[in-house]
Design a protein around this ligand. Structure first.
Ligand code: SAM
Length: 240
């Protein structure tokens, strides 16, 4: 699994407790060994383990192994929050598929309504899942999980991006809109279990600079299936 830091590497640093445990106890590395570590900028360094004290490990960068990969733009997945642990699954799978950012959105027909306290604890959990997912699949960065937003706040914040909006009542296929989202910063917006409210569709259409409602086929997909289907197709079109 990959080791990440949430800061730029520029000198000796301490690994997180979780990574130190993995490196020292599971991989049985010792002082003098080198391991690759990717920092918050996506740059990977070969690092010497210079000190181990109890459960803490200190590393010093020896040489740069790779620069951040050139990007054709970012893909943001905005999705209505889901009941139970379904949103956890969306976070894990979207991370594996290479999403840059996930925005949990409180929509009109969401079954769950999270108060401030639960939003905070869920956000911490989702951010942890994104970090774990990134380590597990070996990507060079960790997707950002944004705080829960209302639908209108989400649209206003991302209004300058192109938005693909899978809508259960639409018939125009996603394949036709794909050619316009092969590069650049793109948002995919998925409704919750209860689907989109008509006023949400209208608001998105009026406020996004570019917005296409699309069909994902003749069957109604579960919200989590719809997220991963749209994301997989768009990542494929963009060359992953
Ligand atoms: N309650 C809605 C209904 O019965 O019509 C279904 C909502 S669906 C479970 C959740 C979300 O997934 C939708 O709002 C939409 O964003 C997406 N979705 C599911 N199936 C879709 C399809 N065939 N085409 C486009 N979007 C779809």
């Amino acid at each position: 699994r990959k080791i990440f830091t949430d800061f730029p590497i520029c000198g000796t640093f301490e690994l997180s407790a979780d990574d130190a445990r993995h490196v020292v106890l599971v991989l049985r590395h010792t002082v003098g060994d080198t391991i690759p570590v990717t920092d918050v900028t996506g740059t990977t360094y070969e690092c010497f383990i210079t000190r181990i004290e109890g459960h803490s490990a200190y590393l010093t960068p020896a040489k740069k192994l790779s620069e951040p990969a050139a990007s054709v733009g970012t893909v943001t997945l905005a999705a209505g929050i889901l009941k139970g642990d379904k949103f956890d699954w969306v976070i894990q799978k979207a991370t594996e598929l290479g999403v840059s950012r996930i925005v949990p959105v409180q929509m009109e027909y969401c079954v769950v309504k999270l108060d401030d306290k639960r939003q905070k604890s869920r956000l911490e959990r989702w951010q942890r899942l994104a970090l774990e997912g990134a380590k597990q699949c070996g990507r060079d960065d960790v997707p950002d999980v944004a705080p829960v937003m209302t639908f209108t706040d989400f649209v206003d914040a991302y209004a300058d991006r192109r938005c693909i909006l899978p809508y259960e009542r639409e018939t125009a296929p996603l394949s036709e809109a794909c050619r316009d989202v092969r590069t650049g910063d793109v948002v995919i917006a998925i409704g919750p279990e209860g689907g989109y409210a008509e006023k949400e569709i209208a608001y998105a259409g009026q406020h996004f600079a570019w917005c296409r409602t699309v069909s994902l086929g003749p069957r109604i997909l579960r919200a989590e299936t719809a997220s991963l289907t749209a994301l997989s197709i768009i990542m494929y079109e963009r060359g992953f």
